[in-house]
Ligand binder design. Sequence first.
Ligand code: TXA
Ligand code: MG
Length: 313
Amino acid sequence: MLRDGGLVAFPTETVYGLGADALHEAAVRRVFLAKGRPADNPLIVHLASAADLGAVASSVPPLAARLAGAFWPGALTLVLDAGPRVPAVVRGGLATVAARVPDHPVALALLDAAQTPVAAPSANSSGRPSPTTAGHVVDDLDGAVDIVLDGGPCALGVESTVVDARGSAPLVLRDGAVTREALEAVAGGATSWADHAAAPPSPGVRYRHYRPRCRVVIAPAGQGAAVAAARAAATPGGRPSAGDGRVGLVGTEAPPPGVVEIARYHDAAELARLLYGALRAAEEAAVDVVVVEGVADEGIGRAVMDRLRRAAG
Ligand code: TXA
Ligand code: MG
């Protein structure tokens, strides 16, 4: 299907991807159409192995080789100067290409069988929460995708960390499932665009994202704050900013009376795993507001809070 220019959704360890042959321009254009994705937001190219990096990047500097050696297969995407074979449509017109080797047996089997690099954004409609089950993919893209490979729920639940690996230190363009702490352990100081750049160099970070069809309110971590926020939101006139209506809770404690339990988690890794599904479940429960108890901005929690802040607008 990929070689014929079709679209194949597949599971990875992070989220489901919507794949097309990265060297097939018309197929890649279909990916943008299916998602309603802006043409200037480039796609990640998925490779069967690190040995294939030279097929899409014009050179592999020492830092990139070190990061690939340490984290692939895995949830780290490397941005490098693009080689001549990668069509401009994949790169969103940039001179760079983003690539990773996913850590999932179904994804690796697909890449191995396809014998071509596979360009794949997350398999959601643009702006929606990313898909962590095959059902989420079908909900967003039924009719626009030719095959959906069902590999069950994704193990990590947030997308890969996107890193510019062209310099002497990794520059984090998007936080993700590989933590800053893990990057620092391998490459010394990891820096983020947010620490020193006025405009984010990763186009996707500019766009509205991860929005469910209900309002998302972030509550502080721990000690009943989320329960109190949910109770206040559910009390008519109790909290004007939350509005009146049905309220759902994603947190570490049981919801108060009158509040719908959407999901319960124990730690940041579990929230990462279930967050996108919970945002979709909140829609299905027809709540007007979902209160989500936050986690500390460290480790995997950094990526989770980034997604949550964007979901909350
Ligand atoms: O875990 C993941 O990364 C998943 C799975 C399917 O691999 N994919 C994913 O793709 O999250 P997507 O398209 O939803 O997000 C890709 C991000 C976007 O923010 C995009 O702007 C950025 O990577 N990106 C892609 N190519 C880039 C480049 N050449 N330079 C800078 N950022 C780039
Ligand atoms: Mg995405």
